[in-house]
Design a protein around this ligand. Structure first.
Ligand SMILES: Nc1nc2c(ncn2[C@@H]2O[C@H](COP(=O)(O)OP(=O)(O)OP(=O)(O)O)[C@@H](O)[C@H]2O)c(=O)[nH]1
Ligand SMILES: [Mg+2]
Length: 409
């Protein structure tokens, strides 16, 4: 009898524990799911996609574009302990590229050292450093030491890929540099070298002879931080998933730097409809069906991309068309909106990938992953999560500038 009661008690205890465990399990799962969805809503807001209006089944793959009912599919993860070493890893045909100046040395070494530490020491992707002036021996020596066993090559940007073309009306360009610089206080508004850099990054870097043999590239800038172990190779990920463009941060462009960019893009679309992808992401860059640009752009100081996209007929035509308008010099068109608009219009929307798992900081902005399973040294609350308001004076300034252009040119 006693044994019988004990067995009943034991059975009850087992059933009760199982029920309790199941309840706990479902509760924590639910919590985790809610958290993901909430964070991704913020995320969607951050990348300006909440307004895109994609339906639940549509995903800009890895983008947190998605709405509450959508399952969040993170990139595959691996722990650093089971990440293979250089020799056994499959590598993509890819390179790490940094455009920099001799005086950027400390920031160059810092960025290289960090990316080597969190990622490349396991892969050995070669570095290519480019400059519009010759690198000094001192610079090359220190960079070689920082890259350790990883190959590094130093290259010069050809004059014709960097400098303002002779057909640009320098008087007109200079007037606008003054207008945008001291007068309007637009960052780099008065800088010719910044314009050269933006145009080079828009239309020429992938043509550099040192980059010809590579398909994928990761753009790195001096002085940035990589704050998490990169345990999945983004290059092979891109290759395996047919991605053309990867980003971590997305913000608004300053409208006064690109007063006539979108009208040039609209002209291009009208003239070359054959290059516009039927499955494009126009909704990422325009909230009104293409009438106006909403200023959203991927922050291209971080960029992992397939250079074959930039080398394609579609992009070549797109860049040449924009370049012919002179806006890189008469205004201050950045490579970020140019790349963003191009990838949004010329590619399929699922060919863009949000690298949620890559911790990245380019001051003052950063992205700290929510999937911080692997070592991260960032604070998730530092991730930009709000749409940055465009100050109203910029709008006013934009109108003034458009009027100015109408009057004078
Ligand atoms: N060689 C060379 N590189 C440049 C020049 N201007 C900019 N760069 C590089 O181009 C990239 C972008 O320049 P940044 O000055 O960082 O521009 P930004 O990221 O828009 O602005 P910041 O917020 O100041 O970083 C960086 O990799 C720079 O090192 C230049 O005149 N010569
Ligand atoms: Mg920068």
């Amino acid at each position: 009898m006693l044994a019988h009661v004990n067995i009943r008690r034991l059975a009850f205890a087992i059933v009760a524990s199982c029920t309790l465990l199941s309840l706990c399990y479902f509760w924590t799962q639910n919590l985790a799911q809610t958290k993901l969805v909430d964070i991704h809503r913020v995320d969607a807001h951050r990348v300006g996609l909440a307004e895109v209006g994609l339906d639940n089944s549509t995903s800009l793959s890895g983008f947190s574009t998605t709405l509450a009912t959508t399952t969040v599919v993170p990139e595959p993860t691996a722990t650093p302990s089971n990440a293979a070493t250089t020799n056994s890893l499959r590598r993509a045909n890819a390179t790490l590229v940094m455009l920099c100046r001799n005086e950027d040395l400390a920031g160059v070494i810092s960025s290289i050292w960090q990316l080597e530490t969190v990622f490349n020491r396991n892969h050995g992707y070669p570095w290519i450093l480019l400059n519009d002036e010759p690198f000094t021996d001192h610079f090359k020596k220190q960079v070689r030491e920082a890259t350790d066993r990883t190959p590094v090559t130093f290259g010069m940007v050809p004059h014709e890929h960097w400098n303002q073309p002779s057909w640009i009306d320098e008087e007109r360009a200079e007037i606008n540099r003054v207008l945008m610089g001291a007068d309007a206080g637009i960052p780099y508004g008065d800088s010719l070298s910044y314009r050269n850099m933006c145009r080079f990054n828009s239309g020429f870097f992938f043509k550099h002879e040192l980059l010809q043999k590579y398909r994928y590239y990761w753009r790195v800038e001096p002085g940035v931080d990589f704050t998490c172990d990169v345990v999945v190779d983004p290059f092979t990920f891109m290759e395996d998933h047919d991605k053309l463009y990867g980003f971590t941060l997305s913000i608004f462009e300053i409208p006064t730097t690109i007063p006539t960019l979108w009208s040039a893009v609209k002209d291009f679309m009208a003239e070359y409809p054959e290059y516009i992808s039927p499955d494009n992401a126009l909704k990422f860059v325009s909230d009104d069906g293409g009438e106006n640009y909403n200023m959203c752009h991927y922050w291209s100081n971080f960029e992992i991309a397939d250079m074959d996209f930039f080398r394609s007929d579609a992009y070549t035509k797109f860049f040449e068309y924009l370049d012919s308008k002179g806006g890189f010099y008469y205004e201050r068109w950045g490579d970020a909106p140019v790349h963003t608009i191009a990838i949004s219009l010329l590619a399929r929307k699922e060919q863009v990938h949000f690298f949620e798992n890559i911790g990245y900081r380019h001051k003052p902005l950063e992205h700290c992953p929510i999937f911080t399973g692997s070592g991260c040294t960032c604070d998730q609350s530092d991730t930009i999560g709000e749409i940055m308001d465009v100050p109203s004076f910029l709008d006013e300034r934009l109108n003034q500038m458009v009027d100015y252009f109408r009057l004078h040119f």
